[in-house]
Ligand binder design. Structure first.
Ligand SMILES: CC(C)(COP(=O)(O)OP(=O)(O)OC[C@H]1O[C@@H](n2cnc3c(N)ncnc32)[C@H](O)[C@@H]1OP(=O)(O)O)[C@@H](O)C(=O)NCCC(=O)NCCS
Length: 157
């Protein structure tokens, strides 16, 4: 394995579980946390009503990273329409770590957990230094498109 595609050294190991509707409140709290909102492509606060509508309509597959029974972050891969003017569908990864647990290697672990199945795209704002760092450390290929940094990863066969 490429040495760099690894969890951060001395990072505690997360376990993962799939999010359920019962996690709606926690997921909304994470979504509306200030730094997460600023780093999102849509920066508005999300209401519980819209959040529930979105969860029910899209039924997104969200993995929650757990540390000793405590949820510390989430990672999601959606099939989304990307690109202007040539719209096409890609698997888009998004992730966040509870602000109390940042900078301990968990973001890297969340991304790493999704890297083995299919090609992935992540879109990052250029000012989001920790997120840029996570994808760079995992060796995703980088390009700049319409003011965003796009990272792509293709799993080895
Ligand atoms: C982005 C995010 C998920 C990263 O999670 P995390 O658990 O802090 O990530 P990690 O600890 O695995 O890695 C963070 C890296 O950024 C580095 N970093 C942290 N702050 C930094 C800064 N201000 N400038 C440069 N690098 C920084 C850390 O040193 C670490 O790099 P290293 O592994 O080489 O030491 C987390 O910051 C977050 O939830 N942000 C809000 C939501 C968000 O932005 N999501 C991503 C949208 S694309």
């Amino acid at each position: 394995m490429n040495a760099i595609i690894q969890p951060r050294e001395n990072c505690k190991t997360l376990t993962f579980r799939m999010a359920q509707m019962e996690d709606a409140e926690l997921l909304l709290e994470w979504r509306n946390e200030e730094q997460t909102r600023l780093n999102s492509l849509t920066t508005d606060m999300v209401t519980m009503e819209n959040h529930l509508k979105w969860l029910r309509a899209k039924q997104p597959t969200i993995s929650i990273g757990m540390l000793d029974g405590v949820p510390v972050g989430q990672v999601r891969v959606n099939l989304d329409y990307i690109g202007h003017p040539n719209l096409h569908v890609e698997h888009v990864l998004s992730f966040s770590v509870d602000h109390r647990y940042r900078n301990q290697g968990f973001g890297r672990q969340l991304v790493l957990s999704q890297m083995w199945q299919r090609p992935l795209l992540a879109q990052v704002k250029p000012e989001n230094a920790p997120s840029l760092r996570v994808f760079e450390r995992l060796n995703w290929s980088r390009s700049e498109v319409n003011g965003l940094v796009e990272f792509r990863h293709v799993p080895a066969r």
